[in-house]
Ligand binder design. Structure first.
Ligand code: DGL
Length: 278
């Protein structure tokens, strides 16, 4: 890619499927002036149980697709991709593809806020197997808040429930309660649970129902939105390459019709998605 040919383009927002919409919604609320291009790799979701190699390859393909469509800045609105692919893309691929573009993840901005969120310093992290097994949250928290106790817990059934449109169904109750009980039994002192998977806010109603009173549930949308706003202020050279028409466009690797229905419901506005092959 040629560095000299940059024109302004949308901010790219990537997730394995629908989950990143929970981030995009808050990002648009905080930064409504920018254009956004969302890409959901629904055809290959969930990523959560996939190997490092596959998550990395799929994420890199998606980032390239967003670059090709004019994005100078791409947010990996996916913890699994942030945990497994971000560092390699930043360190190995970006210098070759185009060192003037940026790819950002969502784990570090979340961990940065933990001291404000957890008075007791006992934090539960709920995510996909990929995110939890990577120990990214444990490692980042140990750096920034060394006195904190972090308990990671994988919830492998939660993303399939969301991707299959079952988040509101009765069957979801069983899996939501089971995982929350299991997490809390491992550290009853937990005062804050981070939903460290962008799909999980779509299960928020049920998660709230089965979370013990007094335990705070943290979703990442607002955190990522404010962190992005701060980033754009600190990096005017990137901000100046992000177009400001206030629009959002949507791409999916699965059926555009299905994505259109789900995304319109979730974003609370009519959405028209297009299909792409990666
Ligand atoms: N929404 C993603 C995350 O934040 C990935 C879910 C999946 O594809 O398993 O981890």
């Amino acid at each position: 890619m040629n560095e000299c040919n940059h024109i302004k383009g949308p901010i790219g927002v990537f997730d394995s499927g629908y989950g990143g919409l929970t981030i995009l919604r808050d990002v648009r609320r905080v930064l409504p002036e920018y254009d956004y291009l969302y890409l959901g790799d629904n055809a290959r979701a969930p990523y959560g149980n996939r190997s490092f190699e596959l998550v990395y390859r799929f994420t890199l393909e998606s980032v390239k697709a967003l670059f090709e469509r004019g994005c100078s800045l791409v947010i990996l609105a996916c913890n699994t991709a942030s945990a497994k692919a971000l560092r390699t893309i930043q360190q190995r691929d970006l210098p070759l593809l185009d060192p003037s573009r940026r790819v950002l993840g969502i784990i570090r901005p979340t961990v940065e806020r933990l001291d404000e969120l957890s008075p007791r310093g006992h934090v539960g992290i709920m995510g996909t197997r990929g995110t939890i097994n990577s120990q990214s949250y444990d490692i980042e928290t140990a750096k920034l808040h060394p006195s904190f106790t972090v308990t990671g817990h994988a919830c492998p059934m939660w993303v399939p429930l969301v991707e299959n449109g079952e988040a509101a169904g009765a069957g979801a109750d069983y899996f939501v309660k089971q995982e929350l009980d299991s997490l809390m039994s491992r550290d009853p002192l937990i005062d804050t649970i981070v939903l460290a998977c962008t799909h999980y806010p779509l299960l928020l109603e049920k998660i709230s129902r089965y979370t013990p009173q007094g335990v705070r549930i943290v979703t990442q949308g607002e955190i990522v939105a404010h962190s992005l706003a701060d980033y754009l202020v600190r990096h005017p050279e990137i901000a100046s390459r992000c177009s400001t028409g206030g629009t959002a466009s949507y791409l999916t690797t699965e059926s555009a019709d299905r994505f259109t229905d789900m995304a319109s419901l979730f974003m609370g506005e009519p959405v028209t998605a297009s299909h792409i092959e990666l």
